[in-house]
Design a protein around this ligand. Structure first.
Ligand SMILES: Cc1cc2nc3c(=O)[nH]c(=O)nc-3n(C[C@H](O)[C@H](O)[C@H](O)COP(=O)(O)OP(=O)(O)OC[C@H]3O[C@@H](n4cnc5c(N)ncnc54)[C@H](O)[C@@H]3O)c2cc1C
Length: 623
């Protein structure tokens, strides 16, 4: 059943859809502050044992589960049938589907209730985009995400009362479509290096914007743009610019490798006349607006990729069971079993990492007073606190989805390469995920850059943790279910901390320029966050997982997959760490630790168990 606004008043439906009011949030926050300790700081996951409680989809509230069920149904019944047409750059259809989704309230999840939105938490925001992605309509998802994310959120967090009242209700229902325009030819990854300028008009009534913008998602169809320019060439600022503004010209559509159903254009600003009241925030706030909004965009992109991983895994499983070669379904060949098992393992780790991240952010935000004048500033600070985790969600999401679709194409064989089948578009469409919302290189720099900053500022006790590693010796292997997994993860974690500490001690601030080492360290953090989130989630399931052979194999393979990464990185970094510059004299200790990370089980048997389980259910069944 699809829930509509008309069904809201009274009854069970209303109970499910009723958005939280500020007083609800206060009550929730008060209850939570009594019931649970504050969430650990960003990055702390690398310094704490695996046993820490994590948020995961099994902790969704009844409301969240109901919304998820409703959105999944809508995605499959109402969006998926238009998937091919939505790939053809059909603006009218794209907008029509957006409006339908708007009528359900789904484009207003992040917009406060008093401006026509639902004002729900980030978990709901993430699960909605994940569920919509099960439609397989990835171009349309880019339009949806551009509008609800970077297009609308600058106004939600930085707009004043008049601006919010004027624009947000129409954005919530998609009567207006939004876009975000930061990038320029010379300002891509170096996003603050803008050439676009803004000058106050002689009569003081308008800002006059000049410059050229590129790669504006939704630009061809948008009614409202958030455009970044430097006031007098100095103070980077953000402006709300309406379509039809004098001096604003919208360029032709880009011819792209993928997401061909979405709109991407350039903008030309020639004394574009923007009313003086349409400055967002204060002069000079632009950098903070641009970068903070990206933190939200990043975990939501990871959530969209999660939905994509599930969709592709299900399609590939069903195809492999139907397609026969050499007299049997291709699913039963070990080469395909290995791929399908990896698809399940990567999807599970990503799922666990995404909801752990949004859970941390939600707990921080729930502790704030929504009526306080500095609420938005503090909410932004809460998001920045988890910048490491948000970047991990982005990198893990986009790279898992890329590998999953690559496997999907291979399992489909020649049909994977044909436009008659869904894999070709899925593969093309996911490639952009590693480029926008900050390239994955920039996001890896965010990850090791924040660890560096937090260690140097002593916000994270990295040095103490590395010292303990030396003194503590080998960690014990716990007994029973998940014993090996917990022990192996802890050894890998302590080894990673040690490598981080050595690199930071050696390079200091210059770690930002030692990018090969930095990226390897970021990959250790990404892999550990994914694997530890997954194992913790399974641990929290208790007997349900302990007595389920599917979960047992999944747990072993998740850790084995991460350990492959640890081994690869360790053997590359070892000679670097032992070089004269570093002078690290702990090779024997490190080697002893890495040798402890062997697999005391047969991973091929687990690949068989996990895929038998997958073939039995015929779809990804872990959430
Ligand atoms: C389809 C599409 C939609 C987009 N939508 C939007 C939008 O809605 N709004 C918007 O403002 N922008 C948008 N963008 C722009 C996007 O955010 C940028 O393309 C992206 O940030 C990369 O910038 P760039 O293309 O200039 O690449 P460059 O910055 O030139 O980077 C090229 C390569 O060098 C690497 N690199 C650059 N600097 C460093 C460094 N310091 N260290 C290590 N490696 C580095 C990058 O990782 C990349 O691999 C979109 C782009 C595309 C293609």
């Amino acid at each position: 059943m699809v829930l509509t606004k008309e069904k809201r008043p009274g009854g069970a439906v209303d109970d499910v859809r009723r958005p939280k009011t500020p007083s609800d949030s206060k009550t929730d926050a008060a209850a939570k502050s009594v019931a649970s300790p504050p969430p650990s700081p960003g990055g702390m996951f690398l310094l704490t044992p695996v046993e820490e409680e994590v948020f995961c989809r099994e902790r969704f509230s009844e409301e969240q589960l109901e919304i998820e069920r409703m959105v999944r149904e809508f995605a499959v019944d109402r969006i998926a049938p238009h998937r091919d047409e939505l790939e053809t750059h059909n603006g009218e259809l794209t907008r029509r589907v957006m409006r339908e989704v708007g009528e359900l309230g789904l484009t207003g999840i992040d917009i406060p209730e008093r401006y026509g939105g639902m004002g729900l938490d980030k978990t709901t925001s993430a699960l909605v985009v994940e569920a919509l992605t099960l439609s397989g309509a990835s171009s349309w998802i880019v339009t949806f995400s551009g509008h609800t994310g970077i297009g609308t959120l600058p106004l939600v967090f930085f707009g004043n009362e008049e601006q919010k009242k004027k624009y947000l209700p129409k954005l919530a229902t998609v009567e207006s479509l939004s876009a975000y325009s930061l990038s320029e030819a010379e300002a891509g990854s170096d996003a603050l290096n803008l050439g676009a300028t803004a000058h106050l008009s002689d009569d003081g009534s308008s800002w006059l914007l000049n410059g050229n913008k590129i790669y504006v998602t939704n630009g061809g169809w948008a009614d409202l743009f958030t455009i970044f320019a430097k006031i007098d060439g100095k103070k980077m600022s953000a402006f709300l610019v309406e379509r039809g503004t004098e001096g604003l010209t919208i360029g032709p559509e880009e011819h792209k490798l993928g997401i061909k159903g979405s709109s991407t254009v350039s903008l030309f600003l020639e004394n574009a006349k923007v009313p003086v009241e349409n400055l967002l925030g204060e002069p000079g706030d632009g950098g903070s607006i641009a970068l903070n909004i990206l933190n939200i965009g990043r975990f939501k992109l990871g959530a969209a990729d999660l939905g994509g991983c599930k969709w592709v895994t299900d399609l590939a499983t069903q195809y492999a069971l139907e397609r026969k070669q050499f007299g049997q379904p291709i699913a039963f060949f070990e080469a395909n079993r290995k791929k399908l098992a990896e698809m399940v393992v990567w999807t599970y780790a990503l799922d666990s990492a995404i909801y752990r991240t949004v859970g941390l952010i939600d707990r921080r935000i729930a502790a704030l007073d929504p009526d306080a004048p500095d609420y938005n500033r503090k909410a932004m600070a809460a998001l920045e606190e988890y910048a490491i985790e948000a970047s991990i969600a982005k990198v893990l999401g986009s790279e898992s989805m890329f590998r999953v679709t690559d496997h999907g194409i291979q399992i489909y064989g020649g049909n994977g390469f044909s436009e008659e089948y869904p894999m070709a578009a899925a593969f093309r469409n996911t490639r952009i995920d590693r480029i926008f919302e900050g390239t994955n290189e920039i996001n890896r720099m965010v990850i090791y850059g924040y660890f560096l900053k937090k260690a140097l500022m002593e916000e994270l006790p990295l040095r103490d943790a590395a010292k303990t590693w030396l003194e503590g010796g080998a960690s014990d292997v716990p007994e029973g279910f998940l014993g090996w997994e917990l022990g192996a993860l802890d050894t890998a974690r302590r080894l990673s901390v040690k490598l981080f500490h050595e690199a930071i001690s050696h390079h200091g601030q210059d770690l930002r320029n030692a990018q090969v080492v930095g990226e390897d360290l970021a990959d250790l953090a990404i892999g550990y966050f994914g694997a530890s989130s997954a194992i913790n989630r399974i641990r929290q399931l208790g007997d349900k997982a302990a007595q389920d052979t599917g979960y047992q194999s999944l747990a072993r393979l998740v850790v084995a997959d991460f350990l492959e990464e640890v081994w690869r990185i360790y053997y590359r970094l070892r000679p670097v760490l032992l070089s004269d510059g570093y002078g690290l004299s702990l090779a024997a200790d490190l080697d002893r630790e890495i040798e402890r990370l062997h697999l005391p089980f047969d991973p091929v048997a687990d690949i068989h168990h996990l895929t038998n389980d997958l073939f039995h259910h015929q779809h990804y069944r872990f959430g």
